[in-house]
Design a protein around this ligand. Sequence first.
Ligand code: GLN
Length: 199
Amino acid sequence: MTAPGAPRIGVLALQGDVREHLTALAAAGAAAGPVRRPGELAGVEGLVIPGGESTTMSKLAKLFGMMEPLRARVADGMPVYGTCAGLILLADKILDPRSGQETIGGIDMIVRRNAFGRQNESFEASVALSGVRGGPVQGVFIRAPWVESTGAEVEILAEHEGHVVAVRQGRALATSFHPELTGDHRVHALFADMVRAAR
Ligand code: GLN
């Protein structure tokens, strides 16, 4: 049961770790549901773009007729939060995109895919995340991207070993890591607050 007035937040459910985000959002007090179709997108106040494989997600978004509706909602100021592959999809530009890989965009940044490299395909690190109270969050990095450069409007929220791993531009939030896998719902609560504030 979600409380009346709970923010209605969708999770883009084309591919990736959708279930984990739905669970984390519900724990953070949101009314969460999967979004696959333009009609479902129209019914949410905010959207999470999960981790997974950004090339696959972008292909499926085109196939399902979701790319333009997603771009339109983000351009219109819908709050959006991308983790890992989701961060890649929110980048205005990708370094070395696979041929034909398109993004939704929304954050004025250039992102390097798989930046933390093969040797470190997966690791965890404590990350001090600006805007989240109560100490650092546990960052789970899985073939994670980093943010190579940002435009003037982009606020840097966290770095790991000198690389930018969390950013915010207006109502768009993105992390290289996966808070949905940790059981700590503070980042999802922050996003739920962003959705409430956008009302
Ligand atoms: N490397 C993946 C990509 O390029 C992202 C990995 C992830 O989301 N865990 O999409």
